[in-house]
Design a binder for this molecule. Sequence first.
Ligand code: HEC
Length: 468
Amino acid sequence: MISRLLLFFCAAGPLLAQDGQQLFTLYCSACHGADGKGATGGTFPPLAESPWLAGDPDRAVKVVLKGLTGPVDVLGKTYNLEMPPQGAVLPDDQIAAILTYVRSSWGNQAAAVTPDFVKTIRASVSDRNAPWTSEEILKLHPLPLEKTVLTNLLSQAYSGKWSSLPDFSTLKAANVEEEHDGIISLKDSPFEDDFAIVWTADFQAPADAEYEFLLDADDAAAVILNGKTVTEIKGAGPMNGSRVRKGKIKLTKGSHKFRLEFLELSDKQGIALGWKLPGDAPWNWLTDEKAQQPKVREPIPIEAVGNRPVIYRNFITGTTPRAIGVGFPGGLNLAYSADDLAPELLWTGKFIDGGPKWVERGTDNNPPAGENVVALNKSRTLPTSARFKGYKLDPAGNPTFIVQIGQQILRDSWAAESGALVRKLSITGPSLEIQIPQPPELTIDGANGKTSLQLNSGQPVTLTYRWK
Ligand code: HEC
């Protein structure tokens, strides 16, 4: 360094603060490259077109003064290196000159940095010794938002009280503003309450495709492309993800007439609009706010494994809180209610999707995941003294539900056999009358069409349930 420094002194006299490029070569280019693309083939992060250099200069000044350490994302690549602090070596005017040069070179287009500005920032961080982490400094100075696909964005604000999106063609805007960054924002709204805004722009579609739009708003909003409403949110309500609407529209590559209508009805305000191409993962936001995404709940199928039934004890939609679900091999399913002491639902196909329950630990029920759901029973018909005594599994895993009524023990066994559910009922102790509901979707062999039958000790009854 020293010899190069001397060389500069000899060749050009003492370096002046305004020699931003030479100072850059001397103090930064070894790591960031003379072309700003990152030295040694991109081992170091680029300064060319880096959003770290754009917008307010606070971020860059602080990095130069104190250095940067740990993982940092620059233009889609993560670096995890260390930039040594330069604050002790470089006076305010030289830092200002370097950053002015860097912020206006290689495609960067940000304003000049003054020595006074660097002086103020230096004073504000004088207590600090450690280099910044990316997270820390971006919290203080977030990266500027990238430009969107909207060009000629114009916001027109209307003052007034409406109950739904008004017919704007009959209204006169109170305020019109050009938004050069193509970012839709309520920050510059001239009104606090009782207003509506229409943003118009050219949507520069990057490809021929079906575009998906996601809208959330507090309160009402509508997205209109080429005169066609793509999606819309009506009425008043919060912007918390619960009112998110999506819509799709086919667009050819090129410019399309874009319009977003917004109405503030009461209380808070917010607007979030994103778009994406089929297969894109993240939304491209056209607004400075992002919509909260409703949680995607991965299905967790619960199914019989091999030849053994699977038991699921949890809230099942359509029966009582204490239900025991049994998924038999072959896609026959049963929900037995330990409250009503009876089988309550039968269905075919998939058993239960455990996702909603297991992921959220909420109170929501799991609906039967399959088809042909039949309600067998909806209330308790056994005497009030009847108690659920649990269930036993036979060696094949088939359940027997056990109920005690005074001296009587009722056993209610279920198994799947050649496309039907086979139920065996038996009792010990005095005889007992039990109800056998006959839903129209099923044939029940063994009940002789009767809706109740008498169970006698030592005389088990077999019923076969089959879908018609
Ligand atoms: C010794 C090598 C080195 C020198 C000299 C150096 N930097 Fe850095 N710079 C780095 C590294 C490494 C990072 C990334 C640090 C990390 O991974 O946390 C970085 C990050 C940055 C960043 C933020 C990320 C980006 O790419 O936009 C800016 C801005 C920056 N440096 C500017 C400068 C300027 C201006 C100078 C000269 C005054 C300079 N650096 C000198 C190594 C250096």
